[in-house]
Design a protein around this ligand. Structure first.
Ligand code: NDP
Ligand code: MG
Length: 328
């Protein structure tokens, strides 16, 4: 994959141009603040009665309602939850976006699965930072940036790629490195990662490990320390230096035990399921299920969220995490 850095990008592409950041949550806030600090002309578009309106004002940014932010904007950034985007798009973006503007996304979902069909005459691009919003902002304030992916779905103006790269530069991402990919590849790999490994796989692994220790008669507090608290320490090591550094830093006992036992927990059978999960993402099964959930006002999601809060692991975790906070 080709890698782009600061020198490949000129922020002059944004001279006299207006950027509308729709949404002021995890991504919207981090990106809008970084763009503003990078000298770009940013307006945050949010609903007037929401919490984001005041937050963006307090942060010293220009704030407008969706329609007003979109009118006259040269770049319209859809930084709203995936399930909210189609509604906001239909009502406020489609009637107001000008010809020759760029419609931008931080994740390929809407375009890959056609929950939004952009009009003729606009560029359609993506700039997907590979980090949660608060980390993006933190790393930017330290004078660097997090890596990002860009992708061009439609290039009407001939400038689509420079605009996507420009946004990456405004976020500091070109200091780290920016890769180009397609919307579909970003969507499929992102969904797979979060379902099978990061958010899905990881929590189930921790949950089952916790249950095993507690059912074995060990105190939940001990179980929490061993299977959840230390996860971060291990993941930080893997993130910094791969498996090699992690195996080097942990004890030989941990290394030998881990290497001889891991396949009994996650194995060929798990991979068969992983392949099914990937297939369901690629063939639209997951998309259909998830968009049906949107139509049901996320009722199942809310129930699962609630059930998760009742887990003994979560109740124990609250208690233990509070011990890490200074009381005076
Ligand atoms: P958030 O959930 O943080 O977005 C919250 C924002 O959306 C708030 O400004 C909120 O306004 C607004 N909003 C929520 N519901 C509505 C509604 N019904 N009508 C109008 N406005 C609404 O989104 P993320 O930042 O997590 O995600 C944005 C995009 O970035 C998505 O495409 C996501 O896939 C992608 N992405 C996210 C990452 C992350 O770090 N979370 C990482 C990389 C990509 P109000 O205060 O008024 O409710
Ligand atoms: Mg992701």
């Amino acid at each position: 994959m080709q890698l782009y850095h600061d020198n490949d990008v000129d922020l002059k592409i944004f001279d006299g141009k207006k950027i509308a950041v729709l949404g002021y949550g995890a991504q919207g806030r981090a990106q809008a603040l970084c763009f503003h600090d990078s000298g770009l002309d940013v307006t945050v578009g949010v609903r007037k009665d929401g919490a984001s309106w005041n937050k963006a004002k307090e942060d010293g940014l220009k704030v407008a309602e969706f329609a007003d932010a979109v009118k006259g904007a040269d770049v319209v950034m859809m930084l709203l939850p995936d399930e909210v985007q189609p509604k906001v798009y239909k009502e406020f973006v489609e009637p107001n976006i000008k010809k020759g503007a760029a419609l931008e996304f931080a994740h390929g979902f809407a375009i890959t699965f056609k929950t939004i069909i952009p009009p003729e005459g606009v560029d359609v691009i993506m700039m997907a930072p590979k980090a949660p919003g608060d980390m993006e902002r933190l790393v930017f304030l330290e004078g660097f940036g997090v890596p990002a992916l860009i992708s061009i779905h439609k290039d009407v103006t001939g400038n689509a790629k420079q605009i996507a790269l420009g946004l990456a530069k405004g976020l500091g991402a070109t200091r780290a490195g920016v890769f180009e990919t397609s919307f579909d590849n970003e969507t499929y790999t992102d969904l797979f990662g979060e379902q099978a490994v990061l958010c899905g796989g990881q929590t189930e692994l921790i949950k089952r490990g916790f249950e095993t220790l507690v059912e074995g008669g060990y105190p939940p507090e001990m179980a929490y320390f061993e299977v959840l608290h230390e996860t971060k320490l291990i993941v930080d090591l893997i993130n910094k230096g791969g498996f090699e550094l992690m195996w080097h830093v942990v004890s030989n006992t941990a290394e030998y035990g881990g290497l001889t036992r891991r396949e009994r927990v996650v194995n060929k059978e798990s991979k068969v399921e992983m392949k099914k999960i990937l297939k369901e993402i690629e063939d639209g099964t997951f998309k259909n299920q998830w968009t049906a959930e949107w139509d049901a006002d996320l009722v199942n999601l809310k129930k699962m969220e609630n059930d998760e809060k009742k887990l003994q692991l979560e109740i124990t975790g609250k208690e233990i995490r509070s011990l890490f906070q200074r009381k005076n």
